[in-house]
Design a protein around this ligand. Structure first.
Ligand SMILES: Cc1cc2nc3c(=O)[nH]c(=O)nc-3n(C[C@H](O)[C@H](O)[C@H](O)COP(=O)(O)O)c2cc1C
Length: 363
């Protein structure tokens, strides 16, 4: 199975399975002499870690990251410095329960990748879904921690903006509240609504979809490329590569279809520092595939978790009709833990485009 690598100059390969001994990422192309710490990378992994509230899977994984290569000790204890060689990051799996998955050894969970993996490879790791498990995304989050260090002037933040039909009130958006609730919500007012709603979903053995928004501030004008290397194209591809993502929008996204030209085009003025200012940001910070200097705004929708307790009609590998219900530990809404994953993907794509920009036109 190939296609485990993304990026051109900041190139990330992930490896490992949900129920293997470990998984990880190899980051090739990271520039030399960049300071990193395991604690710094761990910070991002801790935000994605399972079992942090009753609203995420109760799998207990410490997700402790280790550098295996590509760094040497820096000046301070715990500090590392990149050498320019491949950085290998490893995370051990410690809380596998393979027997939870024995019932889906030969049956296909509707909505999951069981059938397509079997159709393609003729073999699949039923223990947690193998490579199709979102355990793989821990490796991307670790790589995202390295990417952030490559572009220190860029601030990348994500938030959950919708669960089921319950949307945040955007007028109450406060980034400072995102880490103070179990949902990464920027609107404290929606938190009790989401709590009640998700408790109901969870107790019913069901699941629900969500929308995540990720914003990168501090990207200067000029990153990206026209035609086949568009920044928005790579961001959309990166977000779509996350498990369960079914739609991606940049800026006004699908909403742009309802706008008139004079509403949608972001008008420009000169700012006090001599740089252009956009009076709105329907473009989501990208025009012609190239960053405008305004914040890059991307949203993506995740579908409801497919492995649920409620029995669903399916078939098994021999073609028998069966009912499938999944007894393993699952997120009732994968959108919560998708927030740090979306941030990491945006960080990796932007680090790659920063290096590509520097390679073509200098810094
Ligand atoms: C953070 C996260 C956790 C997930 N956990 C589960 C899970 O517990 N059970 C499940 O059926 N799907 C889960 N998924 C989604 C599946 O991995 C995904 O639906 C599956 O690989 C099929 O791929 P696709 O939905 O992208 O087509 C999760 C996704 C994310 C982002």
């Amino acid at each position: 199975m190939s296609h485990n690598t993304f990026g051109h100059l900041f190139r990330v390969t992930t490896w490992g399975e949900s129920h293997g001994p470990a998984l990880g990422a190899v980051v090739d192309g990271c520039p030399p002499r960049i300071g990193l710490t395991e604690a710094g990378i761990q910070h991002w992994l801790d935000r994605r870690k399972p079992g942090q509230s009753r609203f995420t899977t109760q799998r207990r994984e410490p997700d402790q990251v280790k550098f295996l290569s590509g760094v040497m000790p820096g000046a301070e204890p715990g500090a590392w410095i990149t050498t320019g060689t491949p950085i290998s990051l490893m995370i051990e799996n410690v809380d596998q329960r393979s027997k939870d998955y024995s019932e889906i050894r030969s049956s296909y969970r509707p909505g999951h990748a069981d059938y397509t993996y079997d159709a393609k490879y003729g073999i699949r790791d039923h223990r947690g879904g193998g490579r199709s498990s979102a355990r793989e995304t821990a490796a991307r989050v670790a790589a995202g921690g390295v990417a952030r260090a490559v572009i220190p002037g860029v601030t990348i933040r994500g938030a959950l903006v919708q669960i089921g039909k319950h949307r945040i009130d955007r007028d109450r958006w406060d980034w400072n509240t995102v880490d103070d609730n179990p949902f990464f919500s920027p609107d404290p007012g929606i938190v009790p609504v989401w709590e009640d709603y998700l408790d109901g979903i969870r107790k019913a053995g069901s699941s629900i979809g969500a929308v995540i928004e990720v914003v990168a501030a501090g990207v200067p004008a000029g990153w990206g490329a026209p035609i086949y290397g568009k920044l928005d194209q790579d961001i959309a591809g990166g977000m779509m590569s996350i498990n369960a993502v079914k739609a991606v929008e940049i800026g006004a996204g699908f909403g742009a279809a309802e706008l008139r030209g004079e509403e949608n085009a972001d008008e420009m003025r000169m700012g006090p520092d001599g740089k252009p200012v956009f009076l709105s940001n329907h473009a989501g910070g990208i025009l012609g595939g190239i960053s405008t200097g305004a914040p890059i705004v991307v949203r993506f929708a995740v579908k409801p978790t497919s492995s649920i307790l409620t029995p669903r009609r399916s078939i098994d590998a021999e073609g028998h009709e069966v009912d499938v219900s999944t007894k393993g530990r699952h997120d009732p809404c994968v959108g919560i833990r998708a927030v740090p994953i979306g941030e990491a993907m945006l960080a990796c794509i932007l680090a790659d485009h920063y290096l590509r920009h520097r390679g073509q036109v200098g810094s």
